[in-house]
Design a protein around this ligand. Structure first.
Ligand code: UDX
Ligand code: UDX
Length: 469
């Protein structure tokens, strides 16, 4: 039996270790988190995060070879473990050097020092958190300052799961990446991690690289994915001006297998805990290395995303006669994507805040993410109404904006919705999930991303700020 501990039972640590426990009944897996409420939730029927299939996987192993612990037990758990996965958060630094761009490594460093303090034998330490390239070097330096004769091998094993499909991604990953030193002890450590994944992942999908390639690959993978979205979103703005249809353009270019069809869905913008943070981090590293052109190139991916969010709101204002003051607007979706309760960096909340600035009367509707949305909105939270039921949210509204692509919103009876709204009724589809022609026939004025608007009144003005009519 190998003793596996994970420090940080969040969106990454929780599902990852649950799937490892499921496929490795011969090993014992323990998860630790300083957040007691989170651990209590992992030990209850009401798990702290929503992921399709997660509950089944947790229930299969919990109490058998999967256990959850909190603060007072840290020393004991660290000493017990042979392999420690570290999956604590690495947010963007908000202070000092690199503020707003660099990764804040304080939790990682604190964890490394705790590992050092409580260890009584050699261990393998696995970086699960996304970290700047060469972080492992700093961690090795801290860990190997002990003079007890122990050795710590630091391995990079970034997680590529996407939220909402975490279990599917973990069960059937495109690849597992494991980076380590080419020294005899580094190779042994890499092999130990390969052996864990080999319990369910085909060998050819387990890639081993040097430590630095592995660390950098995670940042680059996220940067490339985000770049595709910003690229198609840039084109969506052009489509709205030219009456080309962004979905047709995406389909046509995606058929070229060199380009491929995935991640070409134009939207109100990308969100989530990783894309922005990791690109900022990449930009910072490029600047630090004296590569300003490289930094500026990647920074533009973020600027385009902000432009897309702001443009969405500007389009709403212009379409609704340049005033939203006092108008009820139903926002359909708060989560940063469907099938998750996560609202971190959600474009829905950016739109929500900007509409509040316009003095709109906002009702936010989401099947799973309202609690997180309320927390993230902070001092603005009380200015928003929260509604689980879309029909109720739409009642009396002047407009609906689709901000998350939940199936729930696709499958509504829009005739019924239309009848309950104030008229003229507007719908802004920030995810292109609705049948725009059908909505137009019902009577809605329809505005989608990257498509010519369908409106019942005639407009021939071109507004000075580049609105879409
Ligand atoms: C995190 C990082 O944000 C991401 O960069 C990385 O790729 C994986 O880990 P995520 O799991 O989504 O992603 O973060 P979060 O849900 O915030 O989980 C981190 C957990 O670590 C939290 O539950 C937090 O309480 C815990 N933590 C943090 C500790 O247990 N100890 C600490 O010192 C700090
Ligand atoms: C991402 C990466 O996909 C994953 O590999 C990494 O481990 C963590 O970061 P995640 O943020 O969970 O995962 O979700 P993802 O599916 O990548 O979506 C990110 C954002 O992009 C969402 O807001 C989504 O709605 C948006 N998106 C995605 C688009 O706007 N258009 C697309 O075509 C795809």
């Amino acid at each position: 039996m190998t003793k596996l501990l994970c420090i940080g039972a969040g969106y990454v640590g929780g599902p990852t270790m649950a799937v490892i426990a499921k496929h490795c009944p011969q090993h014992e897996v323990r998860l630790f988190d300083i957040n007691e409420k989170r651990i209590a939730a992992w030990n209850s029927d009401n798990l702290p995060i929503y992921e399709p299939g997660l509950k089944e996987v947790v229930l299969e192993s919990r109490g058998r070879n999967l256990f959850f612990f909190t603060s007072e037990k840290i020393a004991e758990q660290i000493d017990w473990a042979d392999i420690i996965f570290v999956s604590v958060n690495t947010p963007t630094k908000t202070f000092g050097l690199g503020a707003g761009r660099a990764a804040d490594l304080q939790y990682w460093e604190k964890t490394a020092r705790e590992i050092l303090q409580h260890s009584n034998h050699s261990k393998i330490i696995v970086e699960k958190s996304t970290l700047p390239v060469r972080t492992a070097e700093a961690m090795e330096n801290i860990l190997n300052t002990n003079n007890n004769g122990f050795h710590f091998d630091v391995i990079s094993n970034p997680e590529f799961l996407a939220e909402g499909s975490a279990i599917e991604n973990l069960e059937n990953p495109d690849r597992v990446l494991i980076g380590g030193h080419k020294t005899p002890s580094g190779k042994k450590a890499v092999q130990a991690i390969v052996d864990i994944y080999a319990n369910w992942v085909p060998k050819e999908r387990i890639i081993t690289t040097n430590l630095w390639s592995s660390e950098l690959s995670k940042l680059v993978a996220n940067a490339f994915l985000a770049q595709r979205i910003s690229s198609i979103n840039a084109i969506s703005a052009l489509c709205e001006k030219t009456e080309a249809d962004v979905e047709e353009v995406a389909y046509a270019i995606g058929k070229d297998h060199r380009i491929g069809s995935k991640f070409l869905r134009a939207s109100v913008g990308f969100g989530g805990s990783c894309f922005k943070k990791d690109i900022l981090n990449l930009v910072y590293i490029a600047q630090q290395q004296g590569l300003p052109e490289v930094a500026a190139y990647w920074e533009q991916v973020l600027k385009m995303n902000e432009y897309q969010e702001t443009r969405f709101v500007a389009n709403m204002v212009h379409a609704m006669f340049n005033s939203l003051s006092g108008k009820r607007i139903a926002l359909f979706g708060a989560a940063f994507k469907a099938n998750t309760s996560d609202t971190r960096e959600s474009p829905a909340l950016v739109v929500c805040r900007e509409l509040l600035e316009e003095h709109a009367d906002i009702v936010l509707c989401d099947p799973y993410a309202l609690e997180n949305a309320r927390q993230d909105l902070g001092d603005k939270a009380d200015q928003v109404h929260y509604e689980l039921e879309p029909y109720k949210a739409a009642e009396g509204a002047h407009a609906i904006a689709i901000l998350t692509e939940w199936d729930l919103f696709t499958n509504l009876d829009y005739e019924k919705v239309y009848k309950s709204m104030a008229h003229p009724a507007f719908i802004f589809d920030g995810r292109n999930i609705l049948d725009h022609e059908a909505l137009y026939k019902i009577g809605f004025n329809v505005y989608a991303i990257g498509k010519a608007p369908k409106q019942h009144f005639h407009r021939n003005e071109v507004d000075s700020e580049g609105g879409m009519y």
